[in-house]
Design a protein around this ligand. Structure first.
Ligand code: NDP
Length: 499
């Protein structure tokens, strides 16, 4: 019997986690909840599997990861449908999410050897008689904790790179999207049936906490800043290194020479895709005075055309039922404090749906500007010039992504944003570029997934020196003589002593 009360809210029914659609309440999957002992056992099994996986070498892993990529690509509709049924995401958005994930698996598989494999490193005159060797060795088991909003893209951003680097992975999906998490594990197991190289443990936050304490070599966390603090505290007990991909409140800047139609189109998508439940979603816009009115008009026209509903519409339900109250609070607060709704407003909130809402002239210290709203809402504020826009964009503790629309100064403005990533004349595009690192600063976290940095995140640098000749200037030995030390001083003064 299903014990689902609020559609979309996960329940534990007799030790079983049951997930459901936020739109219809239909059950999406049920999975046994892992006890702390189950989590430790999963990590121990993964440790042995990780040794086997690492021993396959870069080529063996590449071949298997590319087969997984092919399977994901072939079954894209099936996975997108499951993402839709469990999280409520419109199928089109789900397809785009899976496509991006497929690209990351492909790139990680193909580039792991080049980025992480053994290589010679040049030595310098001071230790010229030694050669240097560098390689990145796997941590053994990486724990991955993922959120529900991009249940394919976010875990794969860590998992594919960790696997390519030679680690086994124990994955704790969000309690809202366990079926999608298990689907990823099951399809990987189809192509790697020999050992439990990628496994899942299911349950609520306490299962994630148990994973932090389970003896994993590294913990990759994607989720809210508040939970990131708990994850770091738990990992600190055992000095387990962590990667933190946390929340954001990304800003878009519209400069005076921007193409306003392109800016409005990208803004509406960047803010409202996935019903605004996107860590790198545009939540605030700063448009310079001369283009402000025209820009707002274009955004409202486009956002006002979007459809909202359970199937085939542009905007689906809010996945996490409790989030609806947060969205309502942000809208109400903005309006009470002098902001204006030029589209939507308080009435737009009809759980589990929220119609697109565009707020203007919202005070900078209100919740709608400062806190993650995670809904299909947007604030657009007027600024004097690009400098003021940058100052306001940078005024929050978050610093994940951002966007700039303009011509002459756009790249320079993007560089000044206090964020890990930025898109010029587009929104969110850096997430799909597998060659670029992804991650934030400040409250948005640290460490990087994707790209070369993302691969290195899952390998420990191992440095080896090897003697290749007798030392001409013996220094690191008790056999050195005072004359050797004097010669050393002379050489150093000659080499480095001039300014
Ligand atoms: P949460 O922080 O609530 O949860 C994230 C994961 O952590 C879930 O699997 C959760 O399990 C688990 N968890 C909860 N408590 C603990 C604990 N004490 N110890 C260990 N793990 C725990 O985030 P959401 O799932 O609500 O995701 C939304 C957030 O994620 C937003 O802030 C968003 O910006 C951010 N995000 C960041 C991204 C990035 O790349 N920077 C990408 C996508 C989202 P359970 O669900 O069972 O509680």
């Amino acid at each position: 019997m299903t014990a689902v009360h609020v559609p979309g809210a996960p329940v534990i029914d007799g030790g079983v986690l049951v997930s459901s659609s936020p739109a219809t309440g239909a059950e999406a999957g049920r999975f046994p909840v892992a006890s702390p002992t189950d989590v430790t056992a999963a990590v121990e099994r993964a440790r042995a599997a990780g040794q086997w996986w690492a021993a396959l070498g870069f080529d063996g892993r590449r071949e298997r990861l590319l087969r997984w990529r092919a399977l994901l690509a072939q079954r894209i509709e099936e996975l997108a449908d499951l993402v839709h049924r469990e999280g409520g995401k419109p199928i089109g958005d789900a397809v785009v999410e899976v496509v991006t994930a497929v690209e990351h698996v492909d790139w990680a598989a193909r580039n792991a050897r080049r980025v992480l494999g053994p290589r010679r490193v040049r030595s310098r005159l001071i230790l010229a008689e030694f050669s240097g060797h560098l390689e990145y060795q796997p941590y053994g088991v990486v724990g991955v904790i993922g959120p529900w909003n991009y249940p394919v893209f976010t875990p794969i951003g860590s998992t594919a790179y960790a696997l390519a680097a030679g680690n086994a992975v124990v994955f704790k999906p969000s309690e809202y999207t366990p079926a999608v998490g298990q689907w990823l594990v099951d399809t990987f197991t189809e192509v790697v049936p020999e050992q439990p190289v990628l496994t899942a443990v299911h349950g609520l936050g306490d299962v994630g906490a148990a994973l932090c304490r389970s003896g994993v070599g590294k913990l990759a966390f994607t989720g809210s800043t508040a939970t990131a603090r708990k994850v770091m505290a738990a990992c600190a007990e055992t000095l387990t290194p962590v990667l933190v991909e946390a929340g954001g409140k990304d800003a878009m800047i519209v400069d005076s020479d921007a193409d306003l139609d392109a800016a409005a189109e990208a803004c509406v998508w960047g803010a409202l895709t996935n019903a605004g439940q996107t860590c790198i979603g545009i939540e605030r816009v700063y448009a310079v005075e001369p283009v402000f009115d025209a820009f707002v008009e274009k955004v409202v026209a486009r956002a006002g055309r979007l459809t909202v509903g359970p199937d085939g519409e542009d905007i689906g339900p809010i996945t996490m039922p409790a989030q609806v109250d947060v969205i309502r609070r942000h809208i109400d607060d903005a309006l009470a404090r002098g902001g204006r709704a030029v589209l939507g407003g308080t009435d737009a909130v009809q759980a589990p749906y929220v119609r697109p809402t565009v707020l203007v002239d919202v005070p900078e210290d209100s919740a709608a500007v400062r806190e993650e709203t995670f809904g299909p809402t947007l604030t657009i504020n007027r600024v004097r010039d690009a400098d003021e826009a940058v100052a306001r964009a940078n005024a929050l503790p978050y610093g994940l992504g951002g966007s700039v629309f303009g011509r002459r100064r756009a790249v320079a403005i993007a560089r000044r944003l206090r964020s890990g990533m930025a898109s010029v004349n587009s929104t969110l595009t850096f997430a799909g570029m597998s060659t670029l690192p992804f991650g934030g600063v400040g409250d948005s976290g640290f460490g990087r997934i994707h790209g070369e940095d993302g691969l290195r995140e899952f390998g420990r640098a191992k440095a080896i020196t090897r003697r290749r000749a007798r030392s001409l200037l013996p220094s690191m030995t008790f056999e050195r003589t005072p004359a050797d030390v004097a010669r050393l001083v002379k050489v150093v003064k000659m080499m480095y002593g001039r300014g």
